[in-house]
Design a protein around this ligand. Structure first.
Ligand code: ZN
Length: 72
């Protein structure tokens, strides 16, 4: 199974595909609105049932392109 998280030197686990349990390294699928409510929360691991703190970050980006006038 491929994991996508990175472990910081302070022990925090970072992932941009879902919160990773710091106890058993289980990665949760962010399939509920809870996972996108930008805040710090506590959740229970669905695999080992231990609780851990999760900080949720969302990012916003924009792309633009010139809207050319029609040439016909
Ligand atoms: Zn766990």
């Amino acid at each position: 199974m491929a994991y996508t998280y990175a472990e910081f030197s302070n022990g925090e686990l970072y992932s941009n595909s879902g919160p990773v349990c710091p106890h058993c390294k289980h990665e949760h699928s962010p399939d509920e609105a809870f996972y996108f409510d930008e805040s710090t929360a506590e959740m229970e691991c669905e695999a080992c049932a231990k609780t851990f703190a999760v900080s949720i970050y969302t990012s916003t980006s924009w792309t633009t392109s010139p809207k050319e006038p029609a040439h016909d």
